[in-house]
Write a protein that binds this ligand. Structure first.
Ligand code: CA
Length: 220
């Protein structure tokens, strides 16, 4: 699942980026409003984390732009501006939630899960196709009688597959959902992750469609 993080404070941005990666999100981090608007034009994000005080284009301007896109894109404002007026403003402009700095990363992650759940973007309390299930809060996966905790990247991969059961996802689509743009991706990285998940859950958990990609079965 791909996140756009818009934050000009280097310390906060680096901490949030790491926290998101540890939780299995692919993160693109931009540091000003113009870069944020450019990023959204080039990539289909599942969720946006938006600071309000930003260079070049203010967070409000960015939010207005996002809301003018004509497609749903959940936005959580993450800011030090904590007056009631600021919060009302942000929510009126169409933010889905509002989190005031300083905050704990686990609260941000819980709010992201809640917003994504409302959107139905594959972050239900438990993702499942009947045989295979995945808990976004704990990264615990189960397949038939096997159960194992997944690493952040293994989780990201299986979440992408389980969000669209019965659909074959290509290597590049999976890479997009697992890796942010500043990360080196080895050519066999996806195979490596698939192998790791199968070792934990059994080789039938993920189906390989040779030359096309991978899928998990749709519930029958
Ligand atoms: Ca700022």
């Amino acid at each position: 699942m791909r996140v756009l993080l818009i934050e000009d404070d280097i310390m906060i941005g680096a901490a949030v980026e790491q926290g998101l990666k540890d939780a299995g999100y692919a993160v693109d981090w931009v540091r000003d409003g113009e870069a944020a608007i450019n990023a959204v034009q080039g990539e289909a994000y599942e969720i946006v984390l938006l600071d309000l005080g930003l260079p070049k284009a203010d967070g409000r301007e960015v939010l207005r732009y996002l809301r003018g896109l004509g497609r749903r894109l959940p936005v959580i404002i993450v800011t030090a501006r904590d007056s009631v007026d600021d919060r009302i403003d942000g929510l009126d402009l169409g933010a889905d939630d509002y989190l005031v700095k300083p905050f704990e990363i686990r609260e941000l992650l819980a709010r992201m899960r809640a917003v994504l759940r409302r959107e139905g973007s594959g972050s239900a309390p438990l993702l499942s196709n009947g045989k295979l299930s995945l808990d976004p809060a704990t990264h615990q996966a189960c397949f038939l009688d096997k159960s194992a905790p997944l690493s952040a990247r293994e989780f990201a991969l299986l979440q992408a597959l389980l969000a669209r059961p019965g659909t074959i996802l290509s290597r590049s689509e999976l890479e997009r959902q697992v890796y942010g743009w500043n990360e080196e991706v080895e050519s066999n990285a996806i195979e490596f992750l698939i192998h790791a998940v199968r070792r934990k859950l059994g080789s039938d958990a993920i189906r390989n469609v040779r030359g096309v990609g991978w899928m998990v079965e749709r519930a029958s």
